[in-house]
Design a protein around this ligand. Structure first.
Ligand SMILES: [Zn+2]
Length: 280
């Protein structure tokens, strides 16, 4: 699809959108949030990375990216300036309406590029409704979590540095948006981070004598005062380049696979497409 003027549907005129409809392209919907990401990373990080990965994946496949949904569910971070959270119902309603508009116009194949955990429930809710009502099978790609999964071998001890506002997120941002990472404001894991609680992960604390953590719905600043649950100090742009190769590589493979396996699916045909006649 190298001959396209752009992969961003929002830069097309309605005439151009009408022209791509018969191609039945896969539509990527970046979904993010505006939330604190440690003292050194921009509050728009989730959105910036969702958009970056979606655009790269579209450029390498036949997919198009629609304008992003940039406000998400980040209630646990709301004590940090610059975090603007919406209610889960708000995000669900917006996702539902946007997806219905796509489906009503004849787009059938949709993948969320959702880059924030608090949005997962809303994405699944809407995907399941579209499955129930239209038979559609939506997909979801989560860049930050792919980073956690695919970057372990680049660290001596991944568990020691992984986390929100830590690694591999800082490396990824240094490679993608170096001007927006404030190394001068960066600090490691906050030493006074948890008072009475011993955090394991963002919502999970140690339970004395038990190998499994327990869930407590604390505000994030009660666990990690500087907003970072990981250690960003080993972050480098070089490691971030590996992040880009691997995570974008995965996203491209995902979209290609989805394009292939859905190409002949009855639910993926647009309402006015001619029926495919089988030989038998
Ligand atoms: Zn997030």
């Amino acid at each position: 699809m190298k001959d396209r003027r752009t992969v961003e549907l929002g830069r097309l005129s309605w005439k151009e959108v009408a022209a791509i409809l018969p191609l039945n392209p896969v539509i990527l919907i970046p979904v993010g949030t505006v939330e604190q990401h440690g003292p050194h990373m921009p509050v728009n990080a989730d959105n910036m990375v969702a958009d970056f990965v979606a655009r790269r994946a579209a450029e390498a496949t036949g997919a198009y990216v629609i304008p992003a949904i940039n406000y998400g569910v980040s209630a646990l971070f709301r004590n940090f300036p610059g975090t603007f959270s919406v209610q889960p119902e708000t995000l669900t309603a917006v996702l539902r309406d946007v997806c219905h508009e796509l489906v009503n116009q004849g787009f059938r194949r949709i993948i969320f590029v959702n880059n924030h955990g608090g949005n997962q429930t809303a994405c699944e809710q809407v995907a399941r409704e579209l499955k129930r009502d239209h038979g559609l099978v939506l997909g979801s790609i989560y860049p930050w979590v792919l980073g956690y999964a695919l970057m372990r071998d680049t660290y001596d001890d991944a568990a020691a540095v992984y986390g929100h506002g830590g690694e591999p997120e800082t490396s990824a941002m240094l490679a993608m948006f170096p001007d927006d990472v404030r190394l001068d404001l960066m600090s490691g894991r906050d030493p006074n981070m948890h008072g009475a609680f011993k955090p394991r992960r963002d919502n999970t604390i140690e339970i004395a004598g038990q190998p499994v953590g327990g869930t407590l719905y604390l505000d994030f600043d009660e666990l990690f005062a500087n907003g970072a649950s990981g250690d960003p100090s080993v972050g480098t742009a070089e490691r971030g380049q590996i992040w880009i190769e691997r995570i974008v590589g995965y996203a491209v493979a995902f979209v290609q696979h989805y394009e292939n396996v859905t190409a002949g699916a009855s639910w993926a045909r647009r309402p006015n497409d001619p029926q495919v006649h089988n030989a038998d």
